[in-house]
Design a protein around this ligand. Structure first.
Ligand code: MG
Length: 264
């Protein structure tokens, strides 16, 4: 019998590995089992509010050993996007939390809180629980008057809150700036291909060796399908089997499993 080739598993986090701060039952054991048999694991999240180290620590607290290299966030990917463009030394206005601001700074950009501090080349929008009208107005001015390029970490409409409730996601803030400026942003996170392309590059794997596991059809499954990876919908988060029935072709997963325990 031919030996099974080690695969690259790319897991979404919220709704797949944990819900808020609680591990999803069976998830920790499933990840450990894949690691023990030699598969590679990456974690891919659109959440831009925390750093890769924050996520590695959160996973460790749940009993999953993960290095920062195994975590891909839309904020880290944005930093790589800036590096690929030699954007060090340019100015950015940021609507976003500490994880995003850290990544922008570590890519060498100067964060400017207003045009009075210097030229703003990029208006960056991510999830920001302290967003204000004044911040939106500054970003609006930077794009409309200053010619700044509008970059969004992701367009998730909502963010999961406790008890199955939701909060406005960064997509809501992105929509506000897109509406007032009339400009559509460059989007870094899922379902745009960039974050998964980075994972494939960094891991040296091909899409044929990659399985994307997520709870959302319009982000997790779509990004995997777009790049030609195998896709698995796990029913512990946002979307259900009946959502698959009425989803467009591009959103349909290769496999559907009730929990990560059923991962082959
Ligand atoms: Mg999710």
């Amino acid at each position: 019998m031919p030996e099974r080739l080690p695969m690259l598993y790319v897991f979404d986090l919220d709704g797949v590995i944990y819900r808020m701060d609680e591990p999803v039952p069976g998830a920790v054991e499933a990840v450990r089992r894949l690691k023990a048999r030699g598969d590679s694991i990456y974690y891919l999240t659109n959440n831009s509010s925390r750093t890769r180290d924050d996520y590695a620590r959160k996973l460790a607290a749940m009993g999953i050993e993960a290095s920062r290299e195994e975590v891909m966030t839309s904020a880290f990917a944005l930093g790589q996007w800036f590096r690929a463009r030699d954007a060090a030394g340019t100015g950015a206005f940021v609507i976003g939390e500490s994880g995003l601001r850290e990544e922008v700074t570590s890519a060498g950009l100067r964060i400017r809180d207003s045009a009075a501090e210097g030229k703003i080349d990029y208006a960056v929008v991510g999830w920001d629980r302290a967003v204000t009208y004044a911040k939106l107005a500054e970003a609006h001015r930077a794009v409309v008057e200053g010619g700044a390029q509008f970059i969004a970490t992701n367009r998730d409409a909502t963010y999961p809150d406790a008890g199955g409730r939701t909060l406005p996601g960064s997509g809501a803030l992105v929509a506000a700036l897109a509406t007032c400026t009339g400009v559509e942003p460059v989007v870094i996170g899922k379902p745009e291909p960039f974050t998964l392309q980075l994972i494939l590059e960094r891991s040296g794997r091909t899409p044929g060796e990659c399985i994307v596991v997520g709870d959302r059809l319009d982000t997790d499954i779509l990004i995997g399908n777009r790049l030609g990876a195998r896709t698995t919908l796990v029913l512990t988060g946002v979307h259900s089997e009946s959502d698959v029935d009425c989803a467009p072709e591009e959103w349909r997963p290769s496999d559907i499993i009730p929990t990560l325990r059923e991962l082959p």
